[in-house]
Design a protein. Structure first.
Length: 153
């Protein structure tokens, strides 16, 4: 099974479980080396809800490991559960929803313009985000973004 297909299967298997534990599933990555398969899972929970701690990662790991061991193609698996980190590069549109209220740095595709602010909202249907920038709200089309990264503000 290809890594992408395995990633989707892992996501389907654990997303609801992780959600039931009070976390958002940010990312799943599956990689192979000669002797083992590495599954990396990134989880998130807002600081006011307790954030993601080492204990959180351990608890999620223990909960999802038995489910993952049943998936064909994950033989000799190692599992890594982590938080997104302060300077995470946003890799999917779903992350704009997850990280509402966080600091963000955006580099625009055509102009190279750089802005920093607070991610206010994600409008999935319109494929736009709104960001507080210098006390103003700017709406930005996702297609205009070359790179977005979480920042500590």
């Amino acid at each position: 099974m290809q890594d992408f297909a395995l990633e989707k299967e892992v996501e389907r298997e654990i997303k609801q479980v992780i959600g039931g534990m009070g976390y958002s599933l940010v990312e799943v990555r599956v990689g192979h080396s000669r002797n083992f398969t590495k599954v990396s899972v990134v989880i998130y929970r807002k600081e006011e809800q307790g954030g993601v701690t080492v204990g959180s990662c351990e608890s999620v790991s223990k909960t999802i490991l038995p489910r993952l061991e049943l998936i064909e193609g994950l033989e000799n698996m190692t599992l890594e559960v982590s938080s997104p980190g302060l300077d995470r590069v946003i890799r999917s549109e779903n992350e704009y929803e997850i990280f509402k209220g966080k600091g963000i740095k955006i580099i625009f595709r055509d102009t190279g313009r750089v802005v920093t602010g607070i991610l206010r909202d994600y409008k999935r249907d319109e494929k736009k985000i709104s960001v507080y920038i210098n006390q103003d709200i700017e709406e930005i089309n996702i297609s205009e973004i070359r790179k977005a990264r979480l920042i500590d503000i």
